[in-house]
Write a protein that binds this ligand. Structure first.
Ligand code: PEP
Ligand code: MG
Length: 758
């Protein structure tokens, strides 16, 4: 045999005719085994297909015909069952020497020594096996195995078109994909969720395997390669990929694969053998997967994911199916599976059906996680090798509070999960009962607890939790969910609706904080400064807004109009120097003047505030404070700058603790330096929503928190059990002579007093 290409090509040409013929499915299979047997010079060629959970001999040349539809093997039983179970080929010089060999007398196979079999795969599951056998004991050449694998792909199409197998009944797959698996990761948004796995980037189902016109297929692949390379190059210059570290390494690998001539050549060869562009990409991918599996190297396995990603990207391009699972729409309760997501991508999902998210990457303060928290969707992050264990449609029980996800759970796990869910519901009901309770400490200190929000749908949470107001309304969320820059009237409408829904309770609107990990597709390019090499510290938030005055003016006008006759609380993000606050305020004041000159109704009162997110501002608070009505400490950004640790870098997700003397002393200094200025100080970062962190902040003298709605109940419960004098004294002691483990000290303190802190 000359090569895999010619062998496969001549088989495929013949198979093409068979498939196009009007013969019934069984007759076609009979012809197929003859064609393969002849072309590969093999004495036996057999096809086993999955029926009612068993692998049944459907057609054979060389074995006893009376065994057809009689010989049946379970998944994992005998050599054929092993191939199907592992979704891996077997190539044996002496079949009987293999530990899984099982002799079936009705087949008359005892005279054949050598054996080669490949799985027939459909939607990543083995739905059958294609086997050749010879009398002479010998291992098969690579070209023969390759030809078999190509033919197996064609068979998968033929079988599915002929409805020969029930695809949803076919539970066979590799052990990774069959057995229950418990995956562990980092709890990013706590909570429980049940649903079926949905891949953010769905796998493409290849419908046509045999090419009608090889040249046309080649052109399709060329075009797809061009597009993909262009996309990868563009990624290099884009915000979310330009941060260095892990992203850079990934990008480098992507580039290496995207421009790898070997990969392109192998796809071309597969096309030469008669496959369609999609099938050729998949075929090469299968082969690489198989080779990589034989190499036991975790680093290579990581790279394998990159190649899979890229291969899927190429497949999507060639098939024109470029949407994510969000664009296709969720059909049932879904647990979303992704390597990582952007906040805008997450917001595209139907909130009623999206029950949970599992990421290979992710960190606590990445905006996608903040958005998920706002949506009340549990998120488990940092799950290594995730996509190697989960398949589209798998049942998943996600317990993000405990940091685990059970894939394809067994009955005992389901029972335990249901018990935990019931407990959880009880606890939620207990928190809900605290709705009317004022958060007041044992010694009578009133703690103001507000919620963070960003979308119209978030506002009902204000009343459901009984919070004191909205302490941070992230106005950029509206920008993130829009395909284009939201026009002024749309902004006004949203702000007015929010104010109306909040009634008497205050709402603090933060002006747009775009940039960093919140990039907008319609605000890109140098002109907008969003291609920063280090976007978290780049042209973002107020820096960008002051530059793009039109954007800020429109927002100022919208807010002023929406708050006509009411109090408008507005704050500016990422103020780094006092003059930036002045300049931003000036934009509002000039819009106010404009409205006044038009005799429009104005807000009754405007309160201006700043966010403390840039450490440098802390040194000049004495200059800024007299100009402010309030200050809000954005600890997500503040701590990333204090630790010089990118908040969205998954590698740093578990590195630094907020409960360390450095952060706590810094916070204490800020709180103290504001004392006497008669302005409100709030913490609105994610740390305020965690009980232990909130406890520490109260111990530093903080009395106002703006947090994720789900934390309001747990926090109220805790606040009512503490005495501020006691925690203040303890924090003083721990910070004066820093304890090695501040978190541990806080836990002991809480436990000694019967205060739940988790
Ligand atoms: C913060 O930085 O703490 C903050 C509240 O703002 P954001 O998370 O939106 O950057
Ligand atoms: Mg911030």
């Amino acid at each position: 045999m000359e090569s895999a290409v010619t062998a496969a090509r001549s088989i495929l040409t013949n198979l093409h005719e068979v498939m196009a013929s009007r013969a019934n499915a069984q007759a076609k299979l009979n012809q197929v085994v003859d064609i393969i047997g002849e072309n590969l010079d093999s004495e036996v060629c057999s096809i086993y297909l999955l029926r009612e959970g068993m692998l049944e001999l459907f057609a054979t040349r060389g074995l006893e015909q009376s065994a057809v539809h009689v010989t049946r093997l379970a998944i994992g039983e005998g050599l054929v069952g092993t191939i199907a179970k592992n979704v891996e080929m077997l190539n044996l010089a002496e079949a009987a020497a293999h530990p899984d060999f099982l002799y079936r007398p009705e087949t008359g196979e005892e005279k054949f020594h050598s054996f080669a079999g490949v799985p027939i795969v459909r939607r990543e599951r083995a739905v059958g096996a294609l086997v050749v056998q010879h009398v002479e004991p010998r291992r098969y050449a690579d070209v023969e195995i390759e030809a078999l694998q190509t033919v197996a792909m064609v068979l998968a199409e033929l079988i599915s078109n002929a409805d020969l197998i029930d695809e949803y009944d076919s539970l066979s797959a590799s052990p990774h994909f069959v057995d229950p698996q418990q995956l562990s990761g980092l709890p990013l948004v706590k909570g429980l969720a049940a649903g079926h796995a949905v891949f953010h980037q769905p796998r493409i189902n290849i419908e046509h395997v045999v090419a009608e016109d090889t040249e046309a297929e080649r052109q399709r692949v060329y075009l797809a390669f061009d597009k993909m390379r262009e996309q990868i190059d563009k990624m290099a210059s884009q915000a979310e990929f330009g941060v260095g570290g892990e992203h850079e390494a990934v990008l480098e690998t992507y580039k290496m694969f995207a421009y790898d001539e070997g990969w392109a050549r192998r796809i071309n060869e597969a096309i030469d053998s008669g496959l369609t562009a999609e099938a050729a990409i998949e075929r090469v991918q299968q082969r690489t997967r198989m080779r990589m599996r034989q190499i036991d190297d975790p680093l290579l396995a990581e790279r394998m994911h990159d190649l899979e990603d890229l291969s899927n990207r190429l497949l999507r391009m060639v098939s024109g199916q470029v949407g994510t699972a969000a664009t296709m729409g969720l059909r049932g309760d879904a647990i979303l599976i992704a390597r990582n997501l952007g906040p805008a991508e997450l917001l595209e999902y139907d909130r009623r059906r999206l029950k949970g998210v599992i990421l290979e990457e992710g960190s606590l303060t990445a905006h996608v996680v903040i958005v998920a928290r706002a949506m009340g969707v549990p998120v488990l992050g940092r799950v290594h090798g995730l996509r190697g264990f989960v398949r589209e449609g798998d049942e998943i029980l996600l317990d993000a509070s405990q940091g685990i996800a059970n894939v394809r759970p067994g009955p005992a796990v389901i029972e335990a999960f249901e018990a935990r869910s019931a407990k959880n519901r009880e606890r939620q009901a207990a928190y809900a009962a605290l709705r009317e309770v004022e958060p007041r400490t044992k010694d009578g200190e009133r703690i103001t607890i507000m919620v963070n929000a960003g979308l119209r749908d978030d506002v009902p949470m204000l009343n459901m939790t009984g919070a004191d107001g909205i302490g941070l309304f992230r106005t950029e969320f509206q920008f993130l969910v829009s395909a284009t820059l939201p026009q002024r009237d749309r902004q006004t409408r949203l702000y007015r609706d929010v104010l109306e829904a909040a009634g008497e309770k205050p709402v603090v609107f933060r002006t747009v904080d775009i940039g960093g990990d919140k990039s907008l597709p319609y605000l890109r390019g140098d002109e907008d400064g969003l291609d920063d090499e280090n976007p978290a510290m780049g042209w973002r938030a107020l820096r960008l807004a002051l530059e793009r005055e039109g954007l800020m003016k429109a927002q100022a006008r919208s807010l002023l109009e929406a708050a006509a006759g009411r109090t408008l609380n507005v704050m500016f993000p990422m103020v780094s120097e006092p003059w930036e606050f002045d300049a931003a305020k000036e934009v509002f004041e000039s819009q106010l003047e404009f409205l006044r000159s038009r005799r429009k109704m104005l807000p009754e009162q405007i309160r201006y505030g700043a966010m403390l997110e840039v450490p440098a501002l802390a040194e000049v608070l004495d200059v800024l404070a007299p100009k402010l009505s309030f200050l809000s400490i954005g600890t997500n950004d503040l701590t990333q700058f204090l630790f010089a640790a990118d908040r969205s870098n998954p590698k740093l997700a578990e590195r630094y603790d907020w409960l360390t003397p450095s952060i706590m002393r810094f916070m204490r200094r800020v709180i103290r330096s504001i004392d006497g200025h008669n302005i409100d100080v709030t913490v609105c970062g994610e740390m305020g929503g965690r009980r232990l962190e909130a406890l520490a902040l109260i111990g530093l003298g903080l009395r106002r928190l703006s947090i994720t709605p789900a934390s309001v109940g747990p926090l109220k419960e805790m606040v009512c059990k503490i005495d501020t004098r006691e925690i203040t004294a303890a924090m003083e002691r721990w910070l004066a002579d820093p304890v090695p483990d501040l978190r541990g000290s806080l836990i002991s303190w809480a436990e000694e007093r019967g205060i739940e802190w988790e």
